[in-house]
Design a protein around this ligand. Structure first.
Ligand SMILES: O=P(O)(O)OC[C@H]1O[C@H](O[C@H]2O[C@H](CO)[C@@H](O)[C@H](O)[C@H]2O)[C@H](O)[C@@H](O)[C@@H]1O
Length: 280
């Protein structure tokens, strides 16, 4: 037997789907079945991107729909975020669903029990050192470090526009020698330990643990996200579920099945499910 080759789905350039077509896509995908795993990113998906992370409050209608859907027996829901898990649970404010935080390093079940993905000791130390160095050398003029223990976000949104690229490059230079996986966020940089764990791995863990046998045979899975870190979840669901990437830019390289222009079509999806399950 030769070595097996893992084929990773390729990023494909996609254009926006019209809100009018969403109902048709969902009707076809659900095919009158009711078992659904609805997996949702938080920032930029359930709430608009705003100036400060603490100001990203979930809109009333979104929360009302999610609350109703969270009470549907055949619908499993998880919020999969880059934030610390307690923080995102607090912001969403719904108890009986799953949450993953820190890009999947923390997973919290509805009863509050937590899975914490192990980080090699050397990276725990490096993370502390990196935060200290960023705080000392790159946190001024509106730039700051959100230390989430398992990952960090370096925010430079409040830095005057003309200096933002300089802050971005400077922070990258500080972060690179620590060997973390660094990716671009909305006016920020996300840094995670360089181990094979991300929103995709967390998505698979959640699905495998909450559906007996092969989840692909027993449940439909839908993921909605807006960021490059969400691509990991879209990649693992490719061909097995349905995913949507929010991107203002009409052309985006993505593993998602469809691209949404903003949060309006996200609401079209949530309202469609509200009607499908709750008749609302
Ligand atoms: O995976 P997500 O739930 O989308 O979280 C990604 C990061 O979101 C937050 O930062 C971003 O949103 C802020 C509020 O809108 C915005 O001010 C900031 O510029 C964005 O980068 C959050 O603070 C991070 O911890 C998350 O990793």
């Amino acid at each position: 037997m030769g070595n097996s080759v893992v084929v990773r789905p390729r990023l494909v350039r996609m254009t926006h789907i019209d809100s009018a077509d969403i109902g048709r896509v969902l009707t076809k995908y659900m095919n009158n079945t009711k078992n659904l795993a609805l997996l949702l990113d938080y920032d930029g998906t359930l709430t608009p991107i705003v100036n400060q992370p603490d100001m990203a409050v979930i809109p009333e209608e979104t929360k009302a729909i999610l609350e109703r859907l969270s009470n549907v027996n055949t619908l499993f829901m998880a919020i999969i975020s880059g934030r610390a898990v307690d923080n995102v649970k607090n912001l969403v404010g719904i108890d009986n669903i799953h949450y993953a935080g820190n890009h999947g390093y923390e997973i919290m079940a509805p009863d509050g029990s937590k899975y914490l993905h192990e980080i090699p000791t050397e990276y725990k130390k490096k993370m502390r050192d990196m935060v200290e160095e960023l705080n000392a050398k790159a946190s001024d003029n509106g730039a700051w470090v959100e230390d989430k223990i398992y990952s960090i976000t370096y925010h430079f949104r409040a830095v005057p526009k003309v200096q933002q690229s300089q802050y971005l490059e400077n922070a990258k230079k500080i972060m690179e020698p620590y060997g973390f996986h660094v990716s671009q966020a909305h006016y920020g940089l996300e840094a995670k330990p360089p181990i094979k764990w991300d929103k995709g791995e967390a998505t698979l863990k959640i699905l495998n643990e909450n559906f007996s046998g092969d989840w692909k045979k027993s449940v439909k899975a839908i993921f909605i996200g807006d960021d490059t870190t969400d691509e990991d979840a879209m990649r693992v669901l490719k061909g097995h579920g349905l995913s949507f990437r929010i991107a203002a830019d009409g052309d985006v390289d993505t593993c998602a099945d469809y691209v949404l222009s903003n949060l309006d079509p996200v609401m079209v999806i949530l309202r469609w499910f509200d009607k499908y399950y709750c008749g609302m």
